[in-house]
Design a protein around this ligand. Structure first.
Ligand SMILES: Nc1nc2c(c(=O)[nH]1)N[C@H]1C(S)=C(S)[C@@H](COP(=O)(O)O)O[C@H]1N2
Ligand SMILES: [Mo]
Length: 335
């Protein structure tokens, strides 16, 4: 319930502590205003209880094979212990710098992105390189609901019901060679469609990567949908990575290339600011970002008077599943 027992001054003095959080205040206030009101009156909030959700209507023009895949999905049965972030927030509070730097830019600017036809080039150290259509990619896989926490390196988080399939199942089809140690992913580079690629300072295209054993982990997934519908463009349609134990920037959107390599891929954020964003980017409350703490996070939605702070968990709460991938590694050095 919305109980206004705190004033904005309480909020400023007790919760906005670091310089960066202060710098992000404008954005924070904007988000709070947006979700404080919208979330409370949205019909999806009713559905945002722990285990299930009302599928969101999908009016997007999509190819038939995708519609059929979505209809044949395997529905989540295991309860998730935390409230889902409403679809309104998931689809309007986005990072997708190809479409602008503000949180609502992707939702504003990605609407006309051309999603069909879509293909993915597979190359590097594997037995089955080639140009695969999205239909080729999806054909053998059954889509499943997976409810995951998403923790952004900027210290906000969500709980999102994705629709997708295990990345490992796709990787296996391409038969990586015995010398392949990493897999690199690349986002579409098309400045005619992506206004952010004409203006903002990232080196395009956006590139991400995983160690091959991370990519083969059963929690790593490729998503084509969210909230029972196809991915809206701002969430990385038609195909994006979801790696729940890593900071959100590893979950690369709108993938057009998958490449197997022997050496560590040069990933976008690790290249432009290596002291701030490591290749591994595992969620770790014990390793602060140089400019802010990673000990806690602001769970969305939350209103101006009800910011929903919580403690960040090691590997974003997935330590039991993934910690063995990093046994013997110094996670402060390999952050
Ligand atoms: N191509 C591309 N992928 C991207 C980004 C981006 O700017 N470009 N932002 C990343 C970041 S920082 C986050 S937190 C997540 C956000 O995913 P969402 O908008 O679906 O919640 O996408 C990641 N994938
Ligand atoms: Mo992020």
């Amino acid at each position: 319930m919305l109980i206004r027992h705190r004033t904005p001054m309480d909020l400023l003095s007790s919760e906005i502590t670091s310089k960066t959080v202060y710098q992000q205040r404008r954005e924070f206030l904007k988000a709070a205003g947006l979700y404080g009101a919208a979330a409370f009156f949205s019909p999806h909030v009713q559905a945002a209880a722990a285990t299930a959700y009302e599928p969101v209507p999908d009016r997007s023009a999509m190819p038939r094979f995708l519609k059929e895949k979505l209809a044949a999905r395997r529905v989540a049965t295991r309860p998730f212990p935390e409230e889902l972030t409403p679809y309104d927030a998931v689809s309007t509070y986005n990072n997708f710098y190809e479409f602008g730097l503000e949180k609502d830019d992707p939702a504003q600017n990605a609407g006309n992105m051309r999603l069909d036809p879509w293909s993915v080039r597979v190359d590097g150290l594997c037995e089955k390189p080639g140009l695969y259509t999205l239909e080729d990619i999806l054909r053998p896989h059954t889509l499943e609901d997976r409810i995951y926490r998403l923790r952004c390196v900027e210290a906000w988080s969500m709980v999102v019901p994705w629709l997708g399939f295990p990345l490992a199942d796709l990787v296996r089809r391409f038969q990586p060679g015995s010398n392949a140690r990493y897999v690199e992913f690349t986002t579409l580079h098309d400045s005619a469609q992506m206004p952010g690629q004409r203006s903002s300072g990232l080196p395009w295209p956006y590139v991400e990567g995983l160690r091959l054993d991370e990519a083969m982990h059963p929690l790593a997934m490729l998503a084509v949908g969210v909230y029972g519908r196809s991915l809206p463009p701002q969430n990385g349609a038609p195909l994006r990575l979801v790696i729940p134990w890593k900071y959100g920037f590893k979950s690369i959107k709108s993938i057009v290339r998958i490449r197997f390599t022997e050496t560590l891929p040069g990933t976008t954020w690790a290249r432009i600011a290596p002291s701030e964003y490591g290749f591994y980017a595992n969620v770790n409350p014990a390793v602060d970002h140089p400019r802010w703490t990673q000990k806690r996070e602001r769970r969305l939605p939350g209103g101006l008077f009800t910011p929903n702070w919580r403690e960040t968990q090691m590997f974003n709460g997935y330590a039991r599943e993934v910690a063995s991938l990093y046994r013997g590694m110094d996670l402060k050095r390999h952050f």
